[in-house]
Write a protein of this length. Structure first.
Length: 196
């Protein structure tokens, strides 16, 4: 890791730009190394990730690893897999108990800087509508379903995905093409990239 990249990660992890807008102390969560070839972009840490400091340490992480066909050791090998969410801090809960959207200050402050350093990324997985809207720059469709359904149009650099939350079981059942077509392609791409 170069000194400049190490300094950038330290700056991100020390970030407090939205401290006065969070219901808790900021705890930015990011995993990355300049050698990473696969990048996962989620929404923002949830309560468990805020507590652990490790992304996807919950049932949705188990499902995402299954989608990718990788084990935990591979998934958390930041030399190969970068995990760079749209918001680095847990944004808090809304009135219904769901996670709030990522803070709007985070992406403009950090995304260009971090991705300028991640030059070896071959594939970025866009998990959820916030990641898709930002990274597809106007090419995202009107709905997440339409965007994910048009996954072939996003390649080879991006693959859009729904959130792997168990709350999306109904979405997965309603969209059988996701498991029949997209997931086999995703597993092949991820395997080729991580085992090259």
């Amino acid at each position: 890791m170069t000194a400049a990249f190490d300094r950038l990660l330290r700056d991100i992890r020390a970030c407090r730009i939205c401290a006065d807008k969070l219901p808790h102390e900021p705890r930015p969560v990011i995993r990355a190394a300049e050698s990473a070839r696969l990048c996962i972009v989620g929404q923002a840490p949830g309560t468990r990730v805020h507590a652990s400091g490790m992304p996807f340490t919950d049932p949705s992480g188990d499902r995402l690893r299954d989608w990718l066909g990788v084990d935990k050791e591979t998934f958390y090998d930041e030399a190969r897999v970068a995990i760079v969410s749209m918001g680095f801090c847990f944004p808090g809960l809304d009135a219904k108990g769901g996670d709030r959207p990522p803070r709007k200050e985070c992406a403009p402050a950090w995304r260009d800087k971090i991705f300028a350093k991640l030059k070896r990324i071959e594939l970025t997985l866009l998990v959820g509508s916030y990641a898709q809207a930002w990274h597809l720059k106007g090419a995202a469709k009107a709905t997440l379903t339409e965007t994910v359904k048009a996954w072939r149009d996003c390649g080879p650099k991006f693959i859009p995905l729904p959130h792997p939350s168990w709350r999306n079981n109904g979405w997965i059942k309603a969209n059988p093409w996701f498991e029949a077509e997209l997931l086999p392609h995703l597993r092949r791409r991820v395997s080729r990239i991580l085992n090259a």
